[in-house]
Ligand binder design. Structure first.
Ligand code: ADP
Ligand code: ADP
Ligand code: ZN
Length: 221
């Protein structure tokens, strides 16, 4: 099953993708994580992407699509994928349809995690991420057991450079301008499912699972 998680920065896409990955036993592919790995590795792609990410802008479609298409061509992606943070533009959505069509696959559902703007800002401001395994914490809503240390792997937690107040505002504005139109595109295709993302992590997870179960109940997969 190919599932897209759509939502503004801070909506909880990464958090829900991880929970879903465990439940569905299919990989989750986060374009943001792929960019951060490229930056860490110092590749040409990483150097180019960093310029945009630090300003809260989208990385251009060409490089983004090529990077995700390469990931989707890996053998672990043939049974399904949870896409977190991709597509973010109409051109990316069209490219995704093309890549999946070539694999004889399609997007089954787009889970739009809807969260009010004041909540988004609180979530981004308190987000901490594990440098080693990428696990996501929140200093108020979901703190680690030992301060600064990842529960899962013992790695050090850090705050993302693009989680500064100015960049957060810019990313939300970019989301509204470039990504929010995808809601209508996918609604028109009949595959958009709205999830109330203002709830606690486990409540949101239950809504996400209920949405997936309802898909599994129909035999169009
Ligand atoms: P968040 O978790 O806050 O939504 P991500 O980790 O998904 O952020 O992405 C971080 C940054 O990486 C984005 O602000 C953007 O600059 C870049 N990025 C990630 N995914 C995409 C994409 N699909 N298209 C263009 N840029 C992207
Ligand atoms: P996104 O990938 O959409 O940018 P994240 O999954 O990184 O969002 O979540 C942003 C921050 O909000 C993280 O610190 C995470 O721990 C926290 N968070 C995620 N979902 C919830 C929730 N339902 N309630 C409270 N905090 C949440
Ligand atoms: Zn970790």
């Amino acid at each position: 099953m190919y599932i897209v998680l759509l939502g503004a920065p801070g909506a909880g896409k990464g958090t829900q993708a991880e929970l879903l990955r465990e439940k569905l036993a299919i990989p989750s592919v986060s374009s943001g994580d792929l960019f951060r790995s490229a930056i860490e590795a110092g590749t040409e792609l990483g150097v180019k992407a960093k310029e945009y990410i630090d300003r809260g802008e989208l990385v251009p479609d060409g490089v983004t699509i090529a990077m995700v298409a390469e990931r989707l061509a890996q053998p672990d992606c043939t049974e399904g994928v949870i896409l977190d943070g991709f597509p973010r533009t109409v051109a990316q959505a069209e490219a995704l349809d093309g890549v999946l069509a070539e694999m004889n696959r399609r997007v089954h559902a787009v889970l739009y995690i809807k969260v009010s703007e004041d909540v988004l800002l609180k979530r981004l401001a308190g987000r901490w991420t594990c440098r080693d395994c990428g696990a996501i914490y929140h200093e108020v809503f979901g703190p680690e057991k030992t301060r600064g240390v990842c529960d899962a792997c013992g790695g050090a937690l850090y705050q993302r450079e693009d989680d500064t107040p100015e960049t957060q505002q810019r990313r939300i504005a970019v989301y509204l301008d470039r990504t929010a139109p995808l809601q209508e595109c996918y609604r028109a295709k009949g595959i958009l499912i709205e999830i109330d993302g203002d709830q606690d992590v486990d409540v949101v997870h239950r809504s996400v699972m209920a949405a997936i179960d309802s898909l599994e109940g129909n035999d169009t997969l």
